[in-house]
Ligand binder design. Structure first.
Ligand SMILES: [Zn+2]
Ligand SMILES: [Zn+2]
Length: 163
C-alpha cells in the first residue's frame, strides 16, 4: 500500500511524499529497479492536484549488439485526481485514461500512473549508444569492441545492411 493515499489523512495544506518501491508494487514485468518517487498532493477545489517525479534504472538489451546495459530514467508528472462523483454528469465522456485516475473509496492510487510512466519510457528498440556498430552479420563479433576480418569488406556489409 505504498502508493495509495487516503484523502482523509492528507493535511489541508497538502503534503510531499518520498517513496522507494519496486516493480512488483506497480506490476511491471520489465527489468526495472531502484525506483524512487517524489509526490506532492494538494487539494484544489474539488480535485487533488499532484506533481512530482519518478526515477529508476531500467535494464535493457541493445537491439543491435545484444549487449545488456542499464539506463537511468527520470520522468516528471503532473496529474489530477477526482472523486468518482465529480464525473457523474459527464459519465459517458470518461475515457479510459481518466478512469484510472479516479479517487475510489477515498484512495488516491498512484500505481496506474507510475505503471504507465515506466512502460511508456522503455524504448522499443533500445540502443547501448546512438552509434552502436552492432554485430558482424557473419561471425557475430561485437563491432564496438573489436574489428573482425569482415569489417571493411564493403560487399559483405552492404549485403547484410538491409536487416
Ligand atoms: Zn549496442
Ligand atoms: Zn565478422
Amino acid at each position: 500500500m505504498k502508493l495509495q493515499f487516503n484523502i482523509d489523512k492528507l493535511p489541508p495544506k497538502g503534503r510531499r511524499y518520498n517513496i522507494i518501491f519496486n516493480k512488483d508494487d506497480v506490476c511491471v514485468t520489465e527489468d526495472v529497479d531502484n525506483i524512487k518517487a517524489a509526490i506532492n498532493i494538494e487539494k484544489s477545489g474539488n480535485v487533488y492536484k499532484s506533481k512530482g517525479f519518478i526515477e529508476y534504472d531500467v535494464h535493457l538489451e541493445c537491439s543491435r549488439c545484444l549487449t545488456k546495459f542499464a539506463q537511468h530514467q527520470k520522468n516528471d508528472f503532473e496529474c489530477e485526481f477526482k472523486e468518482k462523483g465529480e464525473y457523474r454528469e459527464y459519465e459517458t465522456e470518461i475515457d479510459e485514461q481518466d478512469k484510472e485516475y479516479l479517487i475510489i473509496n477515498k484512495i488516491i492510487d498512484f500505481e496506474p500512473l507510475f505503471r504507465d510512466l515506466i512502460i511508456l519510457s522503455i524504448p522499443l528498440k533500445p540502443l547501448c549508444s546512438p552509434d552502436c556498430k552492432g554485430l558482424c552479420p557473419i561471425c557475430g563479433t561485437i563491432l564496438n569492441k573489436e574489428k573482425c576480418e569482415h569489417y571493411n569488406n564493403k560487399e559483405i556489409t552492404k549485403k547484410y545492411q538491409k536487416t
